[in-house]
Design a protein around this ligand. Structure first.
Ligand code: AHR
Length: 658
């Protein structure tokens, strides 16, 4: 956050001034608790979110299991020898998850005569001076084999590497690991292996990780991307999606049990975003599951967020194959859900609790809720959901079930789901809305009329899609979209009794590998930046408070009158009243804040301000903080504080109280 330490007179003292709209904040009349989970993040492996994104592996197709086994690799031989490099497919049962490996046959091969180069995920981001950890599995017939390992820059120069002398004495597969430093940086690097010597070597799981992963974990996550999440202090992290949960068919659905255990035994599948959009094909997009459910739980714990998994409900994506599992064959799906709860929470003596402990986490992850189905709808969904609900509640009565309200926040499908899930006793309803900014403004009162009892709301996926952005994209969300989301979120906050979780979607996008836009955070191989929406989400999350307090204008909520939207909370531990105010029109407007019965603790409030004359403004890799909050000071008085809200602005005003 940019901080302006000088006292900036955004407002001036006046009270009882008729020119200013008086906003009354009834600090002593809290209406609802704000759940610690309130603002979270939605993670999906879309736009190179996991492979090529937060999962820091630099080698694409390390196990040769992509549909085309050598995709991502280039093999160069001088002179060419037929059969020197072969893809071998093991037929044995124990290798079904990772059947292929590469066989390289050398005959007095000289250095640089047989070179394999991996292109990475849209290149590899290499940092000067950083240690890189190279590992691979192999078996060799001879010790007279050398592998020259190199990082290569965009012009073909070697920028760091090492030499591996292969051990041909040992029987069977062995793992070798070696580290080396990069001597120069490169945003679009490659990685090469030059073979030298005589003999046969079989290779699998060829892997390269930077050493500066999140928490320094070997084989871990990209620290700069995870830091962006940690900085938001999210209340929950939803994973693994999104449509990826459903798959384009049932075969291709997300199955958590295949994503845990040794990484060489995790069976990869084609990423459904590989082919979802004809205009954005991504034939090299797979889910290797190096980042699997254990890692997601660990990530949630690291960043202090509640884990929120979504599981397949026995239905594939209804926009694609719409396959369903017959009702009499639903048991394995339901069992997956029950086993997941045991994996997360069970004693280490239970089957799945033991698996968790074996992976290095004997303590439970304290999973409290789970989504059953993503964007599923119709009676076929409801009957499956009910089976899940009954089975889960029977074994874990306090466990919370989240049901899907489909793709749209209104209409016949929505009405059927909403009514039926409430009758069924579903705990939380997952609503999605990808809409124009105007929709968010018009729906700032959406939750005011929602029932206060029964199912709560998970605003699980939303984003303002500005229609003014030229086609062809990517659509970077701009200030207008973010401001509209902020306006909508004041309505969410006012109704914290009803809405208990909210997350923008999707979360990450790679500038050279996206399929869907807008997104919250953009990256290239070395850089990362938050969009205007990121800063809005972060402001809400970091200033969520503990109690909703009434904020009134003319005895009404402030939700669109003259394009102004506002909400207020009390933060009991920080002892602050926090007012969030959006002025969505171009003109500035002055307000008089009245906090009856409240004693102020200081003469100044802090104002976190986002205000831009140009509502098309966005951030970029080159200009990452063009739209980001600045901190100012505002003189305050209990009986009336005047605050001048600039045009096109979002302000978070934190008033210290006794
Ligand atoms: O966030 C992108 C996609 O939007 C999600 O995968 C899906 O749930 C929704 O349609």
């Amino acid at each position: 956050m940019k901080t302006n330490l000088t006292i900036f007179l955004l407002g001036f003292f006046l009270f009882g001034n008729a020119q200013h709209k008086t906003i009354t904040v009834k600090v002593n009349e809290p209406v609802a608790d704000i759940q610690p989970t309130m603002y979270g993040v939605f993670f999906e492996d879309i736009n190179l979110g996991a492979d090529g994104g937060i999962y820091a592996e630099l080698i694409k197709n390390r196990s040769f299991e992509f549909t085309k086994p050598l995709m991502g690799w280039k093999v160069e031989q001088k002179p060419f020898r037929e059969g020197a490099v072969m893809v071998v497919n093991r037929q044995e049962k124990e290798h079904q998850a990772n059947p292929r490996f590469l066989r390289v046959k050398l005959e007095n091969t000289q250095k640089d005569a047989l070179v394999m180069t991996n292109e990475g995920f849209r290149g590899m981001g290499i940092k000067q001076g950083l240690r890189y950890d190279f590992s691979f599995m192999y078996r060799a017939t001879s010790s007279a084999i050398k592998m020259h390992i190199d990082l290569v820059n965009a012009t073909g120069q070697k920028i760091g590497g090492t030499v591996v002398n292969v051990n041909g004495e040992k029987e069977g597969w062995q793992k070798h690991q070696v580290s080396f430093n990069a001597i120069a940086g490169e945003p679009k690097g490659k990685f090469s292996i030059s073979f030298e010597g005589t003999g046969t070597i079989d290779l699998d799981m060829i892997s390269l990780f930077p050493s500066d992963t999140w928490k320094g974990r070997p084989g871990g996550m990209r620290a700069d991307m995870i830091q962006m999440l940690a900085d938001m202090k999210p209340g929950f992290i939803r994973f693994p999606g999104g449509c990826i949960v459903e798959g384009f068919n049932l075969e291709n659905r997300y199955q958590w049990k295949k994503t845990i255990g040794p990484i060489e035994e995790r069976e990869l599948i084609i990423n459904r975003w590989n082919m979802e959009f004809a205009h954005k094909p991504a034939p090299d997009y797979f889910q290797t599951f190096g980042l699997g459910f254990f890692e997601y739980f660990q990530l949630a714990e690291d960043i202090g967020a509640e884990p929120l998994p979504i599981l397949n409900c026995g239905m594939a994506c209804q926009f694609n194959s719409a396959e369903v599992t017959p009702m009499d064959q639903l048991d394995p799906f339901v069992q997956d859900a029950l086993d997941l709860i045991e994996f997360a929470n069970g004693e280490v003596t239970t089957t799945w609790g033991k698996r968790r402990a074996e992976m290095g986490h004997p303590a439970p992850f304290n999973l409290k809720f789970m989504g059953v189905g993503n964007e599923n709808w119709g009676p076929q969904y409801l009957e499956r959901l009910e089976v899940f609900k009954n089975a889960i509640k029977q074994k874990y009565p306090d466990f919370k079930i989240i049901g899907s309200a489909g793709t749209d926040p209104s209409g016949e499908r929505f009405d059927l789901l909403n009514t039926s899930m409430r009758k069924m006793g579903i705990d939380l309803i997952d609503e999605h809305f990808y809409r124009k900014p105007s929709w968010f403004l018009e729906n700032a009162r959406r939750y005011d009329q929602y029932p206060r009892t029964g199912a709560k709301i998970f605003a699980g996926e939303y984003a303002g899609h500005d229609e003014r952005v030229p086609a062809g994209g990517p659509t970077k969300n701009n200030w207008r979209a973010a401001m509209a989301e902020a306006a909508f979120l004041t309505g969410v906050e006012r109704n914290a009794e009803v809405v208990q979780l909210a997350s923008y979607a999707p979360l990450f996008a790679h500038v050279d590998g996206w399929q869907w836009s807008p997104d919250l955070i953009w990256v290239d191989n070395l850089r990362v930046y938050g969009t205007p929406s990121y800063h809005v989400q972060k402001l809400f999350s970091l200033n969520k408070g503990t109690k909703v307090i009434p904020l009134q204008y003319n005895n009404d909520v402030l939700a669109g009158q003259d394009s102004v939207y506002a909400s207020a909370v009390l933060d009991e531990s920080r002892k602050e009243v926090i007012i969030k105010l959006v002025n969505a029109k171009p003109q500035a407007e002055a307000f008089n804040f009245d906090l009856p019965g409240m004693k102020l603790k200081a003469k100044e409030a802090s104002v976190l301000l986002m205000a831009y004359g140009n509502d098309l403004l966005s951030n970029s890799l080159e200009s990452p903080f063009a739209v980001a909050p600045v901190e100012n000071r505002l003189p305050v008085k209990a009986k009336g504080t005047v605050y001048q809200a600039p045009g096109y602005s979002f302000s978070v005003i934190r008033i210290p109280v006794k």
